[in-house]
Write a protein that binds this ligand. Structure first.
Ligand code: SIN
Ligand code: FE2
Length: 217
């Protein structure tokens, strides 16, 4: 009986792991709102479908992307930037569902950052084999605000390095519902995602979805 109770509490109590100074992994933090997030992603993708964007160097990204919020991250041959409209439709990006912004604010709070109010949410879809090479998030106006990153679906290995591209990244397995917050001294740390292994997730099937919340402007 007591053991059952403990297991149950461990299931619903998100744990907190320090990754670096200013970076924290909140295990399972998004689980309580998973249904809202998945419904929101479906609505966003119906208005602004996932697409494989092209880098300024001409490479098609293996991760398919869309956005919600006032600003959406885009890349094409002319560079990386935030745009208030979807270049495919010339329409504004779908509004950020209230549950998305609320979760991002609560996760930042839990990581010790007050008042995080994102205006951009990049939605990344990884199918088996998709990866994201090491990069810095540096297209935002103000590096004072953290990055809040929510993982859903298949688990992936998140690579979290340091301020130099050559810093050896540490590997963190991110599972459905995990949230990573990085800011302050690690705001500009290099990070990426190893190629997604094949598998099947009970709610999302053969994919991983990542929501990356930012204060872009
Ligand atoms: C990103 O850096 O934009 C994505 C990170 C992730 O998919 O976990
Ligand atoms: Fe990133």
């Amino acid at each position: 009986m007591t053991a059952d109770l403990f297991e149950c509490v461990a299931d619903i109590q998100p744990s907190r792991e320090a990754m670096a100074e200013g970076a924290v992994l909140l295990r399972g933090f998004a689980r309580p709102v998973e249904a809202d997030l998945i419904a929101g992603i479906d609505e966003i993708a119906a208005q602004a479908p996932f697409r494989h964007m092209v880098t300024p160097g001409g490479h098609r990204m293996s991760v398919a992307m869309t956005n919600c919020g006032n600003a959406g991250w885009v890349t094409d041959r002319s560079g990386y930037r935030y745009d208030s409209v979807d270049p495919e439709s010339r329409q504004a990006w779908p509004a950020m569902p209230p549950s998305f912004g609320a979760l991002a604010g609560q996760a930042a709070d839990a990581a010790g950052v007050d008042g995080f109010s994102p205006d951009a949410c990049l939605v990344n879809r990884y199918q088996p084999g998709a990866r994201m090479s090491l990069h810095q998030d540096k297209d935002e106006h103000d590096f004072g605000a953290p990055i809040v990153s929510v993982s859903l679906g298949l688990s992936a290995v998140f690579l979290f390095g340091g301020p130099q591209r050559s810093d050896k990244p540490r590997r963190f397995r991110l599972q459905h519902g995990d949230v990573v917050v990085w800011g302050g001294p690690s705001r500009l740390f290099f990070h990426g995602v190893a190629p997604l292994a094949d598998g099947g997730h009970a709610l999302l099937g053969r994919q991983r979805i990542n929501l990356t919340f930012r204060k872009a402007r």
